[in-house]
Design a binder for this molecule. Sequence first.
Ligand SMILES: [Zn+2]
Length: 410
Amino acid sequence: MEAGMPSEVALVPERVLVGGELTPERGVGVWVAGEWIREVVPVADLPSHLPRWELPGATLMPGLIDAHVHLDLPGDGSTFAILSEGDETLAVLAAANARTALEAGVTTVRDCGSRGQSVYAVRRAAGMGWGELPDVVAAGAPLTITGGHTWPMGGEADGPEGCRLAVRRRVRDGCDFVKVIHSGGGTPNTAPWRPSFRPEELRAIVDEAHRLGRRVTVHCLCADAIRQAVEAGADQIEHGYFYVAPDRQEVDRDTIDLLARTGVAVTPTLSVAECQVQAEPGDVRWRHNAEAGRRMAAAMVEAGVRLVAGTDAGWRYVGFDAVRGEIELLAQAGMGSRGALAAATCASASALGLKDRGRIAPGMRADLLAVDGDPLGDLAHLRRVRLVLRAGRPVPQGGQASSGGDSGKQ
Ligand SMILES: [Zn+2]
């Protein structure tokens, strides 16, 4: 708790997006006690002794979750060049990136791949309450075949036994989940349209991770990779692209139906191509990729596939505040404002197994975001951040001390 901040406070915005349905309610106050939400009650029922923070015109919603970031990458288009730096330098970069995310209202980031101890160091610092950092859920180095995508992060593993050993080493090092690379990607000499691991290797990874109580999410850029990952028992798919050749994606109905039927969530990371196009507007190839990505996401939404908001921040040109753009893209893909907001809050928390967050309800963590205006009416309001609370603690914006809204009783 910050000096000067009361241990209990009532937030009184114009509207609150309540519960797992993000139901907008007016005349409601959110009673925060320490790290937790204690009650969500009509303003008239708030105890009179409770200090109130009035947030007129604002909407209070759960803090955002970015389900796919790479904290130790810079998001400046240089991809893996940064990995020539030492772990200590990467940890400093990771902390700065994490802070950028938090100021944008992202109270939890899931790091889908880093090198060495850099991101674990930031997770540790966040847990100690040092600096202003979001919660970090981390995988360490992604498992990949020798020479596979992301191999410079240090996660090469081969053969079923080698793969089991790699999972055990990650659990020893404290991973929260296991990230697997099961197709090529943006690493030289890898092919997005081909799966990577042999099916028996993939099954060994999933089995070992589940035996040790860790979820598995799998990078898949082609339909065969997605299908094999689902058949191996993976919990989630990252990207979920459908490449059949360089720069060519084709909808695969059977694979999309499999995803819909099994309920395996997909993080479509639409921001990768969108941010690339924004950074290099003349790049026809990436315009085409962005358009194809939107089409694939729309096909998945239509088929009823669970989509989760994750940006791939750090990779290529994706910034650590990009989740707002990702939410807009998911809404345009057919999820609508509320569905897209759920994909970055309650639905994401449930897909990721984070039971204590993602909803405004009694007993949940006080990870909260207040924005000016109504984001259900216009998602652009997500960029008008008024207040961020992480575990009940107000986050200073841009290094400025936050007032936390107008204090005092009404
Ligand atoms: Zn990634």
